[in-house]
Design a protein around this ligand. Structure first.
Ligand code: TXA
Ligand code: MG
Length: 343
């Protein structure tokens, strides 16, 4: 199937299913960029070792040049071999959570400044989908940020990718809606203990439990996952949990629809009218979106943001969730989405 986004000049953008890997391999080996599904969100991938291909990712997304990319590898061995002096606790996290939505920041064993954006470190992860690990086995490690235009909500369908990048990239792999819907947890593994840089589907509690169970980190520092370690300490006014070091990308606007996002404690108290509401209850708003558990909210949040924009909704009221477990990552994204424009 060939399709080009309406009104967008440039290259025709082809869409293929995950069962058709040959054209994807061909495109990536030729140094092209390809949007493809992962278990979290869709990524915009290029071969990590090809400088010009990776530079094309930054151009296609309008991504700030100082924001490094995550490299995806076929298995833990391939991923960890991209780092050096990898601490024992990082091996443990890899063994427990890969393949899965966890990115580990390591001292880089590669000289890939185009991926690392000038940093001495490299973020790596092993994604879950079998088709993708097969692809990685064939083409080698792929650098891939989320496949949205910079500043927009991450895409969770091939149609979202087409909307943002149609005419800008040659190929989109369609794997249906992303099962997770939220970007991976990013953990800095360059120090004596892991530090959460971006909360995500692998919760601080799960990370702490994994390390405590095995204990490659001495018991004195166990419980030492910093970054949202204790939900009770989380400052609801701050987008970065205490103790966490912000990822380079967190300086840039993120996850934001065009509609204004307003966080409320109780949707029932809101006079929503023309608005979209997102919460555990159905409201009288024109566009109510209801979730029954936090996984469902994570799966749909960005798609709902994009729907609101397609509908021309001026404001989205979102009911806050408890900032613990998956809720910590959700509140992180919601607070960024609700952040007023600095300009
Ligand atoms: O689930 C995901 O992580 C998705 C899928 C496609 O894998 N990718 C993704 O990439 O969300 P991106 O580029 O949208 O977000 C990557 C985050 C950014 O906040 C970036 O600053 C941070 O990871 N990051 C990447 N490399 C880093 C490094 N070397 N040190 C610290 N943070 C890093
Ligand atoms: Mg992103």
């Amino acid at each position: 199937m060939t399709d080009t986004a309406p009104g967008t000049p440039g290259v025709p953008t082809r869409v293929v299913p995950t069962t058709e890997l040959d054209p994807v391999v061909e495109a990536l080996d030729a140094g092209q960029v390809v949007a493809l599904p992962t278990e979290t969100v869709y990524g915009l991938a290029a071969r990590a070792d090809l400088r010009e291909a990776v530079e094309a990712i930054f151009r296609a997304k309008d991504r700030p040049a100082d924001n490094p990319l995550i490299v995806h590898a076929a298995d833990a061995e391939a991923a960890l071999s991209l780092g050096r002096s990898v601490p024992a606790y990082a091996h443990r996290l890899a063994a427990v959570f890969w393949p899965g939505p966890l990115s580990l920041v390591l001292q880089s064993a590669r000289a890939w400044p185009w991926v690392q954006a000038g940093h001495p470190t490299l973020a790596v992860r092993v994604p879950e989908p079998a088709y993708l690990r097969e692809l990685l086995g064939r083409v080698g490690p792929l650098a891939a940020p989320s496949a949205n235009l910079s500043g927009r909500p991450s895409p969770t369908t091939a149609a979202h990718c087409m909307k943002d990048l149609g005419g800008r990239i040659p190929l989109i792999v369609d794997g249906g809606p992303s099962p997770g819907g939220m970007e991976s947890t990013v953990v800095d593994c360059t120090g004596p203990e892991p530090v959460v840089l971006r909360p995500g589907p692998i919760t601080a509690q799960a990370l702490r439990r994994a390390i405590r169970d095995d204990g490659p980190v001495g018991s004195g520092t166990v419980g030492g996952i910093r970054g949202g370690e204790d939900p009770a300490e989380a400052d609801p006014g701050s987008s970065t949990p205490p103790g966490s070091t912000a990822s380079p990308g967190t300086r840039h606007p993120h996850y934001r629809p065009r509609a204004r996002v307003v966080l409320v404690d109780d949707l029932a108290t809101v006079d929503a009218d023309e608005a979209m509401t997102i919460g555990p209850v159905l409201t009288g708003a024109r566009h109510p979106r209801r979730w029954t558990d936090l996984r469902e909210l994570a799966r749909h949040l960005y798609a709902w943001f994009r729907e609101a924009d397609d509908l021309g909704v001026p404001v989205i009221f979102v009911e806050r969730v408890p900032a613990e477990g998956l809720g910590e990552a959700l509140m992180n994204r919601l607070l960024k989405a609700a952040m007023p424009d600095e300009s």
